[in-house]
Design a protein around this ligand. Structure first.
Ligand code: AMP
Length: 189
């Protein structure tokens, strides 16, 4: 899309090849993009473990991970967030993927004492192929992703065609810093 100022495919992104078993899977695979955030404890270490946990899920492989960002909390108090976006390939259907993400959050001690509370780990399904999903449990595309610089900037690294220049301009006032390139995730280049 010509309305995107960000770099080309794969810029700023670490890659991991799909396992050969996935290439031969009888189930059809979908590309999806996951938002990762954390603002308690060793947040960048938590995100690193989360990427490893995603890669270890059956039926999931990590295609690429964005640079690491640090951002001010939106609509909330508390420490800065650490954020990134991962592109996955998966044979899991959307709801099964959401439940797998919630299990990873739980393993990192995620609690939900109140809305927008600080969190050890937040994993959101941003996009699942081109699907539009509106159920009580899952909404895709993620309903608030277009309001958030900490989603749009890393997503634009991995999938520039999914983020418009107008969307980026709309979040330009939000404080966000790119703090590490793709090597942060510890994936093989
Ligand atoms: P959060 O506090 O941000 O982790 O929100 C989690 C809640 O949002 C859960 O109850 C999910 O069922 C719901 N939800 C709806 N759509 C999504 C989505 N695209 N990704 C993650 N959680 C979602």
């Amino acid at each position: 899309m010509s309305d995107t100022p960000h770099g080309g495919e794969g810029s700023g992104a670490a890659s991991l090849k799909a396992p050969s078993s996935a290439l031969h899977s009888p189930l059809s695979a979908a590309s999806c993009w996951i938002g990762l955030g954390a603002n308690l404890g060793d947040a960048s270490g938590t995100l690193q473990r989360a990427v490893a946990a995603l890669a270890a899920l059956p039926g999931v492989w990590v295609v690429s991970v964005s640079s690491l960002y640090r951002s001010a909390p939106v609509d909330a108090a508390g420490p800065d967030y650490w954020n990134a976006v991962a592109e996955l390939g998966t044979t899991l259907p959307p709801l099964a993927l959401l439940h797998a993400l919630q299990a990873i959050e739980g393993a990192e001690g995620r609690e939900r004492p109140y809305c927008n509370a600080p969190r050890t780990l937040d994993l959101d399904v941003l996009l699942y192929a081109d699907q539009r999903i509106a159920t009580p449990e899952l909404t895709v595309p993620h309903p608030r992703m277009a309001e958030r610089a900490f989603v749009l900037l890393p997503l634009a690294e991995l999938a520039p065609e999914r983020v418009s220049a107008a969307q980026l301009r709309a979040v330009a006032g939000q404080r966000i810093d790119r703090v590490a390139d793709q090597a942060w995730a510890g994936l093989p280049a």
